[in-house]
Design a protein around this ligand. Structure first.
Ligand SMILES: [Zn+2]
Length: 98
């Protein structure tokens, strides 16, 4: 129960909510909030992206190096922002084989 909101980079122009990292190709890596299923990246005209977050297994070596080869990674199918599970969220393994 700690607020880690203040650790974002000060020069970030936009609201980088829950931003964890940015990959060398500019892909953002964010932490999901609990039960989040849709992307909350800002999109055009003050809307949010709202793309579907899909479990992503074939992440590149850079992601693997940062978060581990067994990392649970989700990717927005719209803007390709990556998402990590929320803190304390149970990983959904086992029954889902896709
Ligand atoms: Zn998105």
């Amino acid at each position: 129960m700690e607020a880690a909101e203040s650790s974002t980079t000060p020069e970030a122009g936009q609201v980088a909510k829950n931003l964890v990292d940015t990959l060398s190709d500019g892909t953002k890596v964010k932490r999901r909030v609990h039960r989040q299923r849709a992307c909350n990246e800002p999109a055009a005209k003050g809307k949010i992206c709202a793309g579907h977050l899909k479990r992503w297994y074939f992440f590149p070596a850079e992601v693997q190096a940062k978060f581990g080869s067994q990392a649970e990674v989700y990717r927005c199918e719209h803007c390709r922002t990556l998402y990590l599970p929320a803190d304390g969220e149970q990983p959904r393994t086992g029954t889902l084989s896709y």
